[in-house]
Design a protein around this ligand. Structure first.
Ligand code: NAD
Length: 526
């Protein structure tokens, strides 16, 4: 329990409730926000370095994946020189921000949460237009960001308090957590609010300064949050906003000798590249860069022969097709006991076939588009490979409309070594894999290079206990879906090629942005 004094009188942390869109006031608020934001599309956003605005000749655009001809925002194509300038500005600002008392920094988190609550539907609308999130998915993303602000603010106050040490006679000793320096925040587009804002708030509430380089698919959501942070009292230069190509300018941010740490969430390939680059000492660099690298998944749900098949079918359908399967936690493999294989499929298929696909601003659609054309083509290629590797039961093609819509796709009889059983697809494609028994199911589940989330449906307590020990994932769920981790309740992060298991939204997370200094003073020294 956190004492009230340590929460600036704000009380215990509680998850932000999700808006219920069956209520007319929430529907109306969302419709109004969509209308308001549609009048703010295609605006141009500068790079922000030390509070100064920078423009480049070359621009990039982010577009609406439901209607690709509609521009959401226009951005600068930052150069390597600008990237270097951004790190220098963050470094300069670190000289003062590191000494700002923890409660003042935490207050910025709480202010940001308050502003986000006020502008919640607006943020939802930006997410809907820029990343193709349906209303409930967009609202869950915004609510998670509010949670991160509230949770990390409280966590910083806890870590700023006295830390326990074993007393030593004749000495007075203390341990204090101090910040690291300049961090580079590199988020993915799929939780364009929560992950981008969560990594940023964690980095700055601990006293670091950052350069945020958003994904080129979701820079407007990040730009909107920059505005909120300024309003919340975060000084210029503490958070710098940089848009530009990952391969050149993005890598320059990572490689800069004054960069002290990198907080990355994204694909395995980019994570490994950033890990490699940051491990190389640059001329003038005087520290080992710290990296927080959260990467992909190939998450599985085991459906045992002693499972409630209705709940299992519901859990698999939601985990596989919510946000078009574009969650790192999404179920992309259903590993089903042979005894109930056909029955499970019988229960799953009507649920999948009932899912409506279309523009995400229309609340009748359960699934919106995938993020961009290249993702759509990659996913369709996986579907073609899957059709050869198994038996197509649902979907299997692009859905109608101008947007990047793909039908929810189910392919059965997939073998453990198959391409679609091993590689992260990051789209609405579910492989169904038969398992001889529970041992076989666990072996198949653990048989990829990833280890992010997983779930098991069974009524057998012994099997649940075995899964808790042997199913090697960072977030394991028993008799429930494998998506929807809540801040503070389910700290989130994966094993193996899913990343460094940083457990975002947990009590260990802020320590990744801090270092401990111990001061020992001899008492009665002459
Ligand atoms: P991505 O790897 O393509 O991009 C992520 C970010 O890295 C973007 O901002 C991109 O611009 C940047 N980037 C790419 N290459 C870079 C480089 N060489 N140098 C510097 N920056 C670079 O991933 P994405 O498509 O945005 O996101 C989807 C991926 O994220 C999936 O693999 C998903 O599983 C993963 N993900 C993981 C978690 C988790 O908690 N483990 C959460 C969400 C998403």
């Amino acid at each position: 329990m956190t004492s009230p004094a340590r929460t600036l009188g704000r009380g215990e942390f509680k998850n932000e409730p999700i808006k219920d869109f069956s209520k007319s006031e929430n529907r109306k608020a969302m419709e109004e926000a969509l209308k308001k934001v549609s009048g703010e599309l295609a605006r141009e956003y500068p790079i922000l370095i030390g509070g100064e605005k920078f423009f480049t000749k070359e621009k990039t655009q982010s577009t609406n994946p439901s209607h690709p001809d509609r521009v959401v925002g226009i951005f600068q194509k930052g150069t390597v020189e600008m990237a270097n300038q951004a790190v220098e500005a963050a470094h300069k600002e670190f000289a003062s921000w590191q000494w700002v008392p923890a409660d003042e920094r935490a207050e910025c988190c709480f202010n940001a949460a308050k502003i986000l609550r006020k502008r919640r539907f607006e943020m939802n609308a930006w997410l809907c237009y820029e990343t193709g999130k349906t209303w409930p998915e967009a609202d869950a993303d915004t609510a998670e960001l509010i949670d991160f602000c509230e949770f990390y603010g409280r966590e910083m106050l806890r870590l700023a308090g006295p830390q326990e040490l074993i007393p030593s006679a004749g000495e007075q000793n203390y341990l204090k957590y101090i910040p690291l320096g300049v961090g580079i925040v590199i988020p993915p587009w799929n939780f364009a609010a929560a992950i981008m804002g969560g990594m940023t708030m964690a980095a700055i509430v601990t006293g670091n300064t950052v350069v945020v380089k958003p994904s080129s698919d979701s820079p407007t959501v990040a730009a909107f949050f920059m505005e909120i942070m300024r309003e919340a009292g975060v000084p210029n230069g503490v958070v710098n906003f940089f848009t530009g190509p990952g391969a050149t300018a993005g890598e320059a941010l990572v490689a800069h000798p004054k960069t002290r740490f990198i907080a990355f969430t994204g694909s395995k390939e980019a994570g490994l590249r950033i890990g490699e680059l940051s491990a190389k000492k640059q001329p003038g660099q005087i520290w080992i860069k710290r990296t927080v690298l959260e990467m992909g998944g190939k998450d599985a749900i085991i459906v045992d022969d002693e499972a409630d098949l209705d709940s299992a079918a519901e859990g698999v359908a939601q985990s596989a097709f919510g946000f078009q399967g574009q969650k790192c936690s999404a179920c992309s493999r259903a590993i089903v006991a042979e005894k109930v294989y056909d029955k499970f499929i019988e229960k799953l298929l009507p649920r999948v076939k009932a899912l409506k696909v279309g523009p995400s601003e229309n609340p009748e659609n359960y699934m919106g588009p995938v993020i961009n054309k290249s993702a759509m083509n990659t996913i369709l290629d996986y579907i073609e490979a899957g059709k050869k590797e198994g038996r197509l039961l649902a979907g299997g093609a692009k859905a109608s409309g101008d947007g990047y819509f793909i039908e929810p796709t189910v392919i059965a009889d997939i073998k453990p070594g198959a391409k679609i059983a091993q590689e992260e697809i990051f789209g609405p494609v579910l492989a169904i894999m038969p398992a001889k028994d529970f041992d076989d199911a666990l072996n198949i589940a653990n048989g990829t290079e990833y280890g992010l989330t997983g779930a098991v449906y069974t009524k057998n307590k012994k099997k649940l206990a075995r899964a808790s020990r042997e199913f090697h994932v960072g977030n394991l769920y028993l008799n429930r879906k494998c998506t929807g981790a809540k801040v503070g309740v389910h700290p989130f992060g994966g094993f193996n090629m899913s990343g460094t298991d940083s457990k975002a939204g947990g009590q260990d997370y802020l320590l990744l942005f801090l270092q401990a200094k111990v001061v020992a003073e001899k008492l009665n020294a002459k």
